[in-house]
Design a protein. Structure first.
Lengths: 335, 151
């Protein structure tokens, strides 16, 4: 069997970081408390002091810290992003995850020994794009956007020496990664500009008798009955009236869950599996990390006898957004 | 918090809420406010995050006990508000078991919210600040009492 992939888990706070480490993550990814990362929500993320403590804790247990500086440097403020890179190198993170080619260029020239990963926001779906980033910026790992089928992922791996990381669990969006402006359509702000999709200050939960309306900057995104599961109002997961019919016009809220195809993912040589959710709580990180750890360890120990345990699926289903899990693009028949 | 304790999902019988709604609300309001101030004094709440809470009105309602507490944060202290004159800026409503599951970090607040077991109304950004502040608290590990030693 191929080497077991690293389990890369999210942290938006120190307790979440400890939860990831304690429950078996090989690496934890996180971001600074500003718009240099795409989960720039109030009260979330790390300042220099928390980051130092987090690095100390993870390194003490032999795990890695990956820092996401995965938004695009805004005109007139490029220095803010460069300073974030310098600070991360000073603090001793194991790798910096970058999306912006200008920042990749800065990082590889200024800090030639720093390990760099290409963020999913970099939107590189072909081995040509990935090999370009390796040749020009020395990128060591690329995180693939969630749009490729498993055979396509395999084709990428066969044509590059860059390590490949794929998503293993978490909420799905429209996955026009690094290029999505849907949130800006409603409120003028989106992940690639301010570091947050559908920022909370534009979100309204309006509880009425028998229903709850959710709005994004006044735009009605969805309406839930009292017993219906609710979701965070992003445009891509709204229900809209199209040609007289009201339904999820863009996408139904679902979670990606790769447990059923874990053996195939390992077989094709994926180097790391990533869990989405830096904005989620330590409880989420605990539940998802320990479940994926158990699955990976079962594969290592059992090999051919691997099967997905109902208890794993139940634990993951509990924290999923929407009521269904999917294999996402990995197994879609069309290309 | 002690994560070894598993809090099951439960709902207290409805007569308790009817009874609790008639009882004075000040004892648990004072308890909650005292706990928040103690947490602040122990520097568990990050000072930088407290500023946006200034003068905001919060309401915590426990549906199945009929209890509710309204409080505000002013000049560095959480203070009870016994006769609120306006709607709260941020209001939480849930059964007791959901609050216990949150406090013990057994359940994810987003999960409870999406499953409609935790109701959050008012200023969404303020709600996110409070949620993230609670998530970031590093609870001191409590000394293990003989009573809680596993057999």
């Amino acid at each position: 069997m191929n080497q077991l992939p690293d389990l890369v888990c999210p942290a938006g706070s120190l307790p979440a970081l400890r939860a990831a480490v304690d429950n078996g993550a090989d690496a934890v990814y996180l971001g600074y408390r500003n718009d240099t990362n795409a989960r720039n929500f109030p009260g979330l993320n790390f300042d220099a002091k928390n980051m130092a403590e987090g690095i100390r804790y993870a390194h003490g247990k032999g795990r890695e810290i990956l820092l996401a500086i995965n938004t695009f440097a805004q005109a007139g403020r490029v220095g803010d992003w460069q300073q974030a890179i310098d600070a991360a190198v000073d603090q001793g993170v194991d790798a910096i995850i970058l999306a912006d080619v200008g920042l990749l260029d800065y990082a590889c020239k200024r800090h030639p020994h720093q390990r760099l990963h290409l963020s999913v926001q970099g939107s590189a779906t072909s081995y040509e794009a990935i090999n370009f980033c390796q040749r020009e910026f020395g990128v060591r790992r690329a995180v693939l956007p969630r749009v490729l089928t498993l055979p396509q992922v395999e084709q990428v791996i066969q044509n590059t020496t860059v390590e490949i990381e794929v998503f293993g669990f978490g909420s799905l969006c429209v996955m026009n990664e690094g290029r999505c402006w849907l949130s800006s359509y409603a409120c003028g702000e989106s992940p690639n500009t301010v570091g947050a999709c559908s920022p909370a200050r534009y979100v309204k939960w309006d509880k009425q008798p028998g229903r709850m309306d959710t709005r994004l900057n006044g735009v009605l995104i969805d309406r839930f009955g009292d017993d219906e599961p609710a979701g965070y109002p992003t445009l891509c997961k709204g229900r809209f009236e199209v040609a007289g019919e009201t339904y999820y016009a863009l996408e139904e809220p679902t979670s990606l869950n790769v447990l059923p195809i874990l053996p195939e993912i390992i077989k094709i040589g994926v180097r790391a599996i990533k869990v989405e959710g830096r904005q989620r709580s330590p409880a989420y990180v605990t539940q998802v990390t320990r479940t994926l750890r158990a699955a990976l360890d079962a594969l290592r120990d059992g090999g051919e006898r691997y099967h997905v345990k109902p208890a794993w699926q139940a634990e993951l289903a509990k924290v999923s957004e929407g009521s269904q899990a999917t294999l996402g693009a990995y197994n879609r028949p069309w290309r | 918090m002690n994560a070894q304790v598993t809090v099951p999902k439960f709902r207290l019988p409805s007569f308790i809420a009817r009874l609790g709604g008639r009882l004075p609300q000040w004892p648990h309001t004072l308890t909650l406010v005292a706990a928040l101030n103690a947490a602040q004094k122990m520097k568990l709440l990050p000072a930088s995050e407290l500023a946006p809470l200034e003068d905001k009105l919060f309401r915590v309602r426990v549906l199945d006990t009929g209890g509710e507490a309204t409080y505000t944060y002013r000049d560095g202290l959480f203070r009870p508000v016994f006769r609120p004159e306006r709607e709260p800026d941020l209001a939480f409503a849930a059964d007791l078991s959901a609050y216990l599951q949150l406090l013990t970090r057994q359940e994810d607040p987003d999960t409870l919210f999406f499953k409609r077991e935790l109701e959050i109304t008012g200023d969404t950004e303020l709600g996110l600040i409070v949620k993230n502040m609670l998530d970031a608290i590093e609870w001191p590990s409590l000394p293990r009492l003989p009573l809680t030693t596993p057999h």
